[in-house]
Design a protein around this ligand. Structure first.
Ligand code: T46
Length: 134
């Protein structure tokens, strides 16, 4: 099974002029990007996510603020990714249960490998836990 991991994007620029970071499909992003969506104004008391995907691969980036992403794989491995710079992203593979907590000013951009499909979601934690690690 593919594993979640941190992606560090190059920071092109300098403190006095600002920075650009680039997501390039099939270069620093391991899949063809079919969809981009973003989330914002999430209250810091809210936990989003609480699901896994059957096929979807994603990279989640905090282009503003901070996002704490917690992942769990079917083998029980739990990791936390603190996205506290716009040049950091986290790769979320299939069968990766994930939750996100946001600072009040966070802006989250997600690069996804496929169009939205509710049938791809596993939203029931017991169903997720019944998946055998491969
Ligand atoms: C994920 C995490 C990181 C759509 O209609 N189209 C879309 O492309 C998306 C992403 C969502 N929606 C609808 C489906 C729900 O009615 O937006 C509503 C909220 O979706 P959800 O509760 O899944 O939101 P999050 O923030 O928990 O999860 C989202 C993505 O849905 C999910 O794929 O991995 O961000």
């Amino acid at each position: 099974m593919k594993q979640p991991h941190l992606i560090t994007f190059d920071e092109i620029g300098a403190r006095d002029i600002g920075y650009i970071s680039v997501a390039d499909a099939m270069k620093n992003i391991s899949f063809k990007i079919e969809r981009v969506y973003w989330a914002y104004y999430t209250p810091d008391s809210i936990v989003r996510g609480r699901h896994a995907h059957r096929n979807l691969e994603q990279v989640l980036i905090a282009v503003g603020g901070r996002i704490l992403v917690t992942t769990e794989m079917p083998d029980g491995k739990i990791e936390m990714f603190n996205l506290d710079r716009p040049s950091k992203g986290v790769y979320l593979p299939p069968y990766c249960w994930h939750t996100m907590q946001y600072s009040h000013d966070a802006a989250q951009v997600v690069l996804a490998s496929a169009e939205y499909n509710e049938a791809d979601y596993i939203r029931d934690y017991q169903e997720f836990k019944s998946i055998k690690a491969q």
